[in-house]
Design a binder for this molecule. Structure first.
Ligand code: FAD
Ligand code: E0Q
Length: 453
């Protein structure tokens, strides 16, 4: 490995902190510049507790960095989706076969702090309150702005953009060469609210689940925090047929919406009106690029390269897979330019596949999880998974519990969906399934999966 290989990372969020750790552990020189303050000193931006679902892909990346145990210690297990129909009893839809197939709710702030500590322990140098302002690629100089308005000129060898969906580095690269950037706005936004602990200090609702209140064009979800609270997220169109953020404008409107459409959630959220008024409406979009790199000078990872809508809970998981892939490529060859290209070639088709599946999952979550035909297809899916465990694996499981490329999960998922639709067409129970035909079709259309995926 060439001794002069020095990487400058822009952004010390989730991907930046993990990538810094992985590269420093491989013996590279790593410097990281983060626009915000050090969350270990200043507290995490916003002070709100926001959480994320961590699945096998992200967990595996954390294992590579030796950070998995620290992260899991603060995590809450989620066995499945607790669906709250309007006027009915909540029902748990298990994600996996048993407790070996679960996902984890973790605090974004705590995860970031754990990874920043890991990065420093591995030898990375972190600079906070230093936001990338511009890049002179010809001179090899990046300019960072600090909070006092001072500029710092930094000579770089190679830049890695971990600066999120609104990436400044991407904008600077785009000025030199077209990346083919395209942003597709979802037209729906989100608002974060909080369920506090019960009077006795425990959780107010089932802690080991991801709660969903599906309502057709909009929905609420809640993920547990280890301090016995839940972070609730309301997803809703920005405008159009009510309700939307255009007509649910303030806390009072929100209380009325919850009283009508989420009556079991309303009493759990005592500060709903206040939180609604204080917290911003988040925007949601998918970002597509034709290119992620600029020769050997710069490359993008995570949301900076491929921001996605959050409905599969895979944005961070995918970003973490990117980090491992890039670190592995950089270790494999001394030529940074060819490592950047190999990384992009490996990851771009997979990023596109999970972006597509995340968009599909919004429709499924808000509109289908309580439908009869959906429930019948899910029953059949479970039966087929039991009959053909090496061939028929639910797409959710391929994405969340396995590490095969996302593009493979997407393609096999497409074949499986066709089978489920064909086999249940015109049927209302599994009693009428033609099993001989179906078992033969599974064997014909789905090759066995290799044992280690
Ligand atoms: P970020 O985490 O956004 O980090 C970017 C960092 O760069 C920040 O620290 C920022 O301050 C810094 N920065 C920005 N500009 C500059 C600059 N000019 N100079 C220096 N630093 C800069 N993913 C999951 O896997 N599971 C989930 O359950 C999940 N839920 C989600 C729910 C919602 C509502 C949303 C919006 C997203 C969710 N995601 C989830 C996606 C996940 O948040 C992102 O994919 C992940 O944060 C991407 O990491 P990143 O490091 O690329 O970007
Ligand atoms: C998960 C875990 C924001 C968010 C995060 C998630 C999930 C969902 C719905 C949402 C998908 C699922 N899901 O339950 O199918 O698995 O992360 Cl909205």
């Amino acid at each position: 490995m060439a001794a002069d290989r020095h990487f400058t990372l822009v952004g010390a969020g989730l991907a930046g902190a993990l990538l810094a750790t992985l590269l420093a552990q491989r013996g590279f020189k790593v410097e990281v510049f983060e626009r915000r303050g050090d969350p270990r000193i200043d507290g995490y931006a916003g002070g709100r507790s926001i959480n994320l679902a961590l699945a096998e892909r992200g967990l595996h990346a954390l294992r590579q960095a030796g950070a998995d145990a620290d992260v899991l210690r603060q995590a809450v297990m989620m066995r499945g989706r607790m669906v709250h129909p309007l006027g009915g009893e909540p029902q748990l839809q298990r994600y996996g076969r048993d407790d070996s197939e679960v996902i984890w709710s973790i605090s974004r702030g705590e995860l970031n702090i754990t990874l920043l500590n890991a990065a420093e322990a591995a030898g990375a140098i972190l600079h906070f309150d230093q936001g990338l302002a511009s890049v002179d690629f010809e001179a090899g100089i990046a300019i960072f702005h600090d909070v006092h308005g001072n500029d710092h000129r930094h000579a770089f060898n190679a830049l890695i953009g971990c600066d999120g969906a609104g990436s400044t580095l991407r904008g600077e690269m785009e000025k030199v060469t077209s990346l083919g950037e395209r942003t597709e706005w979802l037209g729906h936004g989100y608002k974060e609210l909080e369920i506090p602990p019960a009077f006795d200090g425990g959780f107010q609702i089932e802690p080991n689940a991801l709660h969903i209140w599906p309502r057709g064009r909009y929905m609420c979800i809640a993920l547990p925090n280890d301090e016995r609270t839940f972070t609730v997220t309301l997803f809703m169109p920005n405008e159009g047929e009510p309700p939307s953020f255009a007509d649910v404008r303030d806390g009072e409107d929100a209380v009325a919406l919850f009283a009508r459409d989420f009556p079991d959630a309303l009493p759990l959220i005592p500060n709903l009106a206040r939180d609604f008024d204080r917290n911003p409406v988040g925007t949601l979009a998918t970002l597509y690029l034709d290119r992620w790199g600029l020769h050997g000078q710069a490359v993008l990872v995570g949301d900076a390269a491929h921001a996605m809508v959050p409905f599969h809970g895979q944005g961070m998981n995918c970003a973490f897979e990117d980090c491992v892939a890039l670190a592995d490529e950089l270790e494999r060859t001394d030529d940074i330019a060819s490592a950047f290209i190999a990384y992009e070639k490996l990851r771009a088709p997979n990023a596109l596949a999970i972006q597509t599946m995340a968009l599909e999952n919004y429709l499924e979550m808000r509109d289908r999880v309580d439908d009869d035909d959906y429930l019948l297809q899910r029953q059949l899916e479970l039966q087929l998974a039991g009959r053909h465990p090496d061939r028929f694996v639910p797409r959710y499981s391929m994405v969340s519990f396995m590490r095969m490329p996302y593009a493979t999960a997407f393609e096999r998922g497409r074949v499986q969906r066709e089978l489920l639709v064909e086999a249940t067409r015109g049927k209302s129970t599994l009693d009428d399934i033609d099993w001989d035909w179906l078992d033969a079709e599974v064997a014909k259309r789905l090759a066995p999966l290799p044992a280690e995926t």
